[in-house]
Design a protein around this ligand. Structure first.
Ligand code: RBF
Length: 153
């Protein structure tokens, strides 16, 4: 499915998984979220145990994830956002903030938070990483299950 990574089969039944998805670049974040969901269901996670949250942009996914953690709704979270480099410096600032923010949540909260943020130089890269066989959402869903099981072990 994705270059350089393999996953053992796991049983995700009973795990509660959060998906925090940015609406910015939704033509890419929507199929990525579908890929995450497919991985969760393929591993036995029940639909009733999936909490989906939408936020405006990638900068807001950290707050969304923190909210799910603070309200004890989930065992692991996948944050989904797609940043595409533009004319301004926003790409650099938002990418760094989100990367560090998700890192902080992992270290401080004890709930695994998957870095499902694409940082793309152009639309073609975003397209290639969010569609079909190379949709990164599927392995990010598998990662969430593996880390939730690790957390409970
Ligand atoms: N959010 C994204 O998720 N992806 C982007 O590529 C993106 N680019 C942005 C570019 C500019 C110039 C601005 C002002 C915002 C951008 N955002 C993007 C939105 C950002 O993540 C956030 O929602 C807003 O800055 C409000 O906090």
């Amino acid at each position: 499915m994705t270059k350089g990574i393999t996953f053992e089969p796991v049983n995700g039944e009973g795990l509660r998984i959060g998906i925090v998805k940015a609406r910015w670049n939704s033509q890419y974040t929507d199929p990525i979220a579908q890929g995450v969901l497919q991985a969760l269901y393929d591993s036995g996670v029940l639909a009733k145990d999936v909490v989906e949250l939408e936020v405006p942009g990638a900068y807001e996914v950290m707050y969304g994830a923190k909210h799910l953690i603070d309200t004890n709704q989930v065992d692991a979270i996948v944050c989904i956002g797609v940043l595409i480099k533009g004319e301004s410096l926003h790409f650099e600032y938002i990418s760094e903030a989100v990367s560090l923010g998700i890192k902080d949540l992992n270290i401080i909260s004890g709930v695994p938070v998957v870095f499902g943020i694409l940082t793309c130089l152009n639309e073609a890269q975003a397209e290639a990483r969010s569609q079909g066989e190379s949709n990164h959402g599927y392995p990010w869903g598998q990662t969430a299950i593996e880390m939730a099981l690790l957390c409970k072990s």
